[in-house]
Design a protein. Structure first.
Ligand SMILES: C[S@@+](CC[C@H](N)C(=O)[O-])C[C@H]1O[C@@H](n2cnc3c(N)ncnc32)[C@H](O)[C@@H]1O
Length: 338
């Protein structure tokens, strides 16, 4: 038997639960923050659940934390003491480990302490145990979810939790002069799919305006062909490595085998997007990487995703489909050209 807390993007928890139900026999769910955070009980042990979930990672499950302990919140200062004591029981497992403390609070929690105060108290305890409190690249994570009446505490690695960010909420620093928030999606995809865009040479960006994705690829040293009938941000014209085709992608002809990276972020009907990308796929070399967002326009996201993947599989092999933290009503596909 094992207990877990799952998190998805706002309103997508029902889909995450549906995916998990298909993978983990006998899983049952209780909402903690409706549409987003849920408690999961399974008859299977922790290792079996982890293996099953990491092998076929659900698209809509952003974060998963095992429940190794719970504390009934009294609303008194003693809650924090009990939490510290619980860490004490695990002290040895933190020694010499870069350890992050992740705290999430339900808006109606009776737990008195802010995330910052809780973290400060637990970091001090971790130092006593010989651990190294870490914000980035932790080896161990202590994940705490403060529900209205209970603290749920889980210990694990970033891999076990599907993310090294609290609740999978990846934050990037907004830069001076950043062209669009969309840039964060491509940055997050790089991390989530273990890619390095700088290893590519020539990228094709379909639906590029105003140019957040194009700017990231240009900054990484790629030559970029950007297609969009809408205007690109004027700052991009400074790049001699940019070719801008101010047209509808359906009107463009491209030389065969000229790109090793395709990115496409058209907020458009998924099936039309498929048609456009498949019409241009011969411009990619074999083995090219493709990062594509799929807009979930309809009431049935799972069906839309299955249809798109099936269409795209004529020319691509799917590596991973994931709803990233920066995806709103959409998911991101990582594909390789056949
Ligand atoms: C969400 S925006 C892209 C944002 C971009 N990734 C960024 O980082 O700034 C979608 C873009 O797709 C473009 N688009 C939609 N249909 C298109 C088509 N058939 N051909 C080319 N571009 C298209 C739209 O003009 C719009 O600029």
């Amino acid at each position: 038997m094992s207990q877990w807390i799952g998190t998805s993007n706002q309103q997508y928890a029902p889909y995450a639960m549906e995916e998990i139900r298909r993978l983990v026999d006998g899983a049952s769910f209780t909402p903690l923050s409706p549409g987003e955070v849920f408690l999961m009980n399974t008859p299977l042990d922790r290792q079996t659940v982890l293996q099953t979930i990491t092998q076929q990672e659900p698209i809509f499950l952003r974060h998963l934390q095992a429940v190794d302990g719970t504390i009934d919140i009294s609303g008194e200062a003693t809650d924090l003491e009990r939490l510290s004591d619980m860490l004490g029981a695990e002290a040895l497992s933190f020694k010499d480990k870069r350890t992050a403390v992740h705290i999430r609070r339900h808006p109606k929690t009776a737990f008195l302490f802010s995330a910052a105060d809780t973290k400060a108290a637990l970091d001090a305890k971790l130092i006593e145990f010989g651990a190294v409190p870490a914000l980035q690249d932790p080896e161990r994570i202590i994940a705490i979810y403060a529900s209205p009446d209970k603290l749920y505490i889980g210990f694990g690695s970033p891999r076990d939790m599907l993310s090294d960010w609290a609740g999978g909420a990846v934050r990037f620093q907004r830069e001076e002069g950043q062209i669009s928030r969309a840039k964060f999606k491509l940055l997050e995809a790089e991390k989530a799919f273990g890619l390095q865009y700088a290893k590519h040479q020539k990228a094709l960006d379909i639906g590029a305006a105003p140019g957040g994705w194009t700017s990231l690829l240009l900054e990484r040293g790629l030559r970029v062909t950007a297609i969009d009938p809408a205007d690109l941000h004027p700052s991009l014209s400074a790049y001699p490595t940019l070719t801008y085709l101010k047209r509808n992608a359906s009107e463009v002809k491209l030389a065969e085998g000229s790109f090793d990276l395709l990115v496409c972020d058209m907020s458009w009907s998924p099936m039309m997007m498929c048609r456009l990308v498949l019409d241009l796929e011969q411009a990619l070399v074999k083995g090219a990487t493709a990062i594509i967002t799929i807009k979930l326009m309809h009431k049935k996201p799972m069906q839309t995703i299955r249809d798109v993947i099936s269409r795209m599989s004529t020319a691509f092999v799917l590596q991973k489909a994931k709803q990233l933290f920066h995806n709103r009503e959409e998911i991101t596909l990582y594909l390789i050209k056949k």
